[in-house]
Design a protein around this ligand. Structure first.
Ligand SMILES: Cc1cc2nc3c(=O)[nH]c(=O)nc-3n(C[C@H](O)[C@H](O)[C@H](O)COP(=O)(O)OP(=O)(O)OC[C@H]3O[C@@H](n4cnc5c(N)ncnc54)[C@H](O)[C@@H]3O)c2cc1C
Length: 517
């Protein structure tokens, strides 16, 4: 159900596209963002195995990636960063019909990621669609026309051209099927089996049965984080926190972390998550992620005093951290409010609403607050009205020069990726001066948690004294993140899951070198 993008420095696609990168620059960047919280061994392992992993999959499976052009690293000013992008790569779209009946096993993308509830687009398409100029609209129209003119796509219940996470999983699933590797669905690992201090297998629940699986080489835990485990969130994370603000999949219940803890593993970064502002749309199973709305001109995010507290277009992890900081200073930022004007709504999407379309039901059920004046909007949202009027006036005056002196919104290349390039000089800034004005609540949500079992450079699970638990590896969100408190760029969560999965498999099987077939 994800975007399927992965963050892979110095990948071969960059070389083919003429984009320069090197392991040293990638290491310097990771050292800068992780601020000494992750060992150099682990960072080096990531940097050297990531491009290998992509090449390996390309040669030995159906998995193919393409560069998301222009998607800068999240901190383009830090040493070793790549502002022009290239490290974020996304799966090449994939024909669902190749999967046959296995297609039914793939969870749909969230509704938000499917245009008209069906059509799938790539991350790069989404970037292009933010351009509100005639040229941008024509490009968007081409994407729609291609879909509607292809009956195999448009007449199928769901788009058959899989993109994003569906393309990645579809490609991986077919590759497993080709090799005859069995996949047991609806099977829950519940306990580890330890003999003489070594992990030798797992006990799993399969339907009514309990089955013991003995591992020939080792067990690799890859069962996600604990975003959906209320008790763990209460225990480990800053308050307030809720498992209903997350967009993580429902099975992220922390089982793997609990299993590791039970046999003496150490954990780290348990207070952390891949933070993402979310919006709770009545009647929808999952909250909506608020990504592009924050970068587009004519919107601001405020707390209950009516004050901005962040660069709205900054990486989502930072927006939520600033939201929580504002709240803990007593400014009432949970929820915060995304404020937009009519010009914004006519040009750009806002949560479930397409540009120019505001279904009445969202006003009737109170999801979208609408008012002819900023004062009235503030009153409806219980925001201090003097504060909001003053803030909007101040914002409008400063953005007239294309500058945001308070938070530098739009100064950075990463801010601009989802901005509107037709708006000059700053694609992220525009006044809020066209009534009616509207607002939605924003919650400090996440894509999943990132604290988990401590691992070494081979992805082996470690005890508090640093010694490995023989036979046990952990990767992905059940392992303490190699990104520490930070987020290198789009794809920095699935990237490490795949890279350390690759490293763990090589180490467990005693391979020192990758063999290409
Ligand atoms: C909408 C959305 C978009 C995203 N887009 C991106 C993106 O583009 N790039 C990116 O890097 N990240 C993205 N993320 C985040 C990313 O999807 C997750 O961080 C990533 O999938 C975590 O990988 P994982 O392998 O740790 O866990 P998961 O992908 O969650 O996989 C864990 C699996 O383990 C299974 N499981 C859980 N418990 C058990 C158990 N006891 N026994 C057996 N199986 C179990 C679960 O069912 C699940 O299938 C996105 C997330 C969301 C929600």
């Amino acid at each position: 159900m994800s975007g399927g993008a992965i963050w892979v420095p110095d990948n071969h696609l960059m070389k083919e596209a003429g984009l320069q990168d090197s392991p040293d620059e990638a290491l310097a960047y990771l050292q800068a963002i992780t601020e000494g919280r992750v060992s150099d061994d682990r960072l080096r392992a990531y940097v050297s195995a990531a491009p290998e992993m992509v090449r390996y999959l390309q040669k030995n499976s159906h998995v193919r990636f393409q560069i998301v052009r222009g998607y800068s690293d999240y901190y383009p000013d830090l040493p070793g960063a790549k502002p022009p992008g290239g490290r974020t790569i996304e799966p090449v779209p994939f024909n669902a019909r190749k999967l046959g009946r296995m297609r039914q096993q793939i969870r749909s993308l969230p509704r938000q990621a499917r245009l008209f509830g069906r059509m799938m687009a790539t991350a790069y398409d989404a970037h292009l669609m933010m351009d509100s100029s005639l040229r941008g609209r024509l490009r968007a129209a081409t994407i729609f026309v291609r879909y509607f003119c292809n009956p195999a796509r448009s007449l199928a219940g769901m788009d058959t051209r899989l993109t994003l996470g569906n393309a990645l999983i579809g490609r991986l699933r077919l590759s497993l099927a080709d090799r005859g590797i069995p996949v047991w669905l609806d099977t829950r690992a519940s306990q580890t089996i330890v003999e003489d201090g070594r992990l030798v297998g797992l006990e799993v629940e399969r339907g009514e049965k309990r089955v013991c699986i003995r591992a020939r080489k080792a067990v690799i835990l890859a069962a996600g984080g604990f975003a959906r485990n209320r008790a763990m969130r209460q225990k480990y994370q800053r308050q307030p926190v809720s498992d209903s603000w997350t967009v993580a999949c429902p099975e992220e219940t922390g089982d793997a972390i609990q299993m590791g803890l039970e046999i003496g593993a150490a954990v780290d970064f348990m207070d952390e998550a891949w933070w993402m502002p979310t919006s709770l749309v009545p009647g929808e199973d999952l909250p909506n992620m608020i990504i592009v709305e924050r970068s587009l001109p004519g919107s601001i995010i405020v707390n209950s005093l009516g004050k901005r507290f962040t660069n709205e277009a900054a990486p989502y992890i930072d927006v939520v951290k600033d939201q929580c900081a504002s709240h803990s200073q007593g400014c009432g930022a949970i929820p915060a409010y995304l404020i937009m004007d009519r010009r914004f709504r006519s040009r750009y999407p806002a949560s479930p609403m397409l540009p120019g379309l505001t279904p009445r039901k969202y006003i009737r059920n109170g999801y979208l607050k609408v008012a002819d004046t900023i004062e009235d909007l503030a009153r409806q949202c219980c925001i201090d009205s003097h504060g909001l009027v003053a803030e909007v006036n101040r914002f409008n005056q400063s953005v007239a020069n294309g500058r945001d002196p308070d938070f530098r919104r739009g100064d950075s290349l990463i801010d601009r990726f989802y901005g509107d390039p037709s708006v000059k000089p700053n694609p992220c800034l525009g006044p809020l001066d066209k009534p009616p004005y509207c607002a939605i609540e924003l919650w400090p949500g996440d894509l999943g948690t990132k604290g988990g079992l401590n691992t070494d450079a081979h992805a082996r699970v470690l005890r508090p004294n640093g010694s490995p638990i023989e036979g046990l590896y952990a990767v992905g969100n059940c392992a303490a993140s190699v990104m520490a408190h930070s987020y290198a760029g789009a794809g920095a969560t699935i990237g490490p899951s795949m890279v350390f999965g690759f490293i763990a498999a090589l180490h467990a099987s005693g391979e020192t070198k990758v063999t290409y077939t």
